[in-house]
Design a protein around this ligand. Structure first.
Ligand code: GAR
Length: 208
């Protein structure tokens, strides 16, 4: 059984999707930078250990990341999932856990890195939008892509309606991707992810 640490900043529905997918692995901790993150209550109710490292208690990013890194290291996770974790991590922290951090991002990367992805998708008039699970590297939202799910943008979509529909896709691909990594089906070669042939078709999905 491998160990999963999950980092959240808010409602934590992606963390909830991981918990509810009942992977045969241990969730060794849910960590939040935000003491009032709603997801912490869900995790506690599931008897998962929770930790708060409040970024406001730290004078700078380096100090926060050091404390966060020490909390993560003490849990000895095999994988660290950024599930709606809204802090940019320092290169030091990412290097400390190189190859072990994944992130769910609400766009089809490399389009729309950063924030406000749904609004930007509508503004640009893209016809396809979605979400991406990728390994985390020091450049924001640029790490090797593991899986993506896409949907059609409708003429009457709003940022909220897109966010809601993309979130449903996120809940499908994040637990699935996590299982592949923990089962050894993903390798990084030349900064790209190679997947076992048995799961390649499942690493991209499209919903009209
Ligand atoms: C999700 O849509 C996730 O993709 C996004 O925040 C939301 C968190 O929802 N993450 C980012 O924008 C990271 N840059 P959740 O707390 O309900 O899982």
């Amino acid at each position: 059984m491998k160990k999963i640490a999950i980092l959240i900043s808010g409602r934590g529905t992606n963390m909830q999707a991981i918990v509810e997918s009942q992977l045969p692995h241990e969730i060794c901790g849910v960590i939040s930078n935000n003491p009032s993150a709603a997801g912490l209550s869900f995790a506690k109710a599931q008897n998962i250990d929770t930790y708060v490292i409040n970024h406001r208690d730290h004078p700078d990013r380096e100090s926060f990341d050091k404390a966060l890194g020490n909390t993560i290291a003490a849990l000895q996770p095999d994988i660290i999932v950024l599930a709606g974790f809204m802090r940019i991590l320092t290169t030091d922290l990412i290097t400390r856990f190189a190859g072990k951090i994944i992130n769910i991002h609400p766009s089809l990367l490399p389009a729309f890195r950063g924030l406000d992805t749904h609004q930007r998708a509508i503004t640009e008039g893209v016809k396809l939008h979605g979400c991406t699970v990728h390994f985390v590297t020091p450049n924001l939202d640029e790490g090797p892509i593991i899986a993506q799910a896409a949907l059609c943008v409708r003429p009457d979509d709003t940022p909220q309606s897109l966010a809601d529909r993309v979130l449903t896709l996120e809940h499908e691909i994040l637990p699935k991707t996590l299982a592949w990594i923990l089962d050894g089906h993903c390798t990084i070669v030349d900064n790209r992810v190679t997947l076992d042939p048995s799961i390649i078709n499942d690493s991209c999905s499209f919903q009209r």
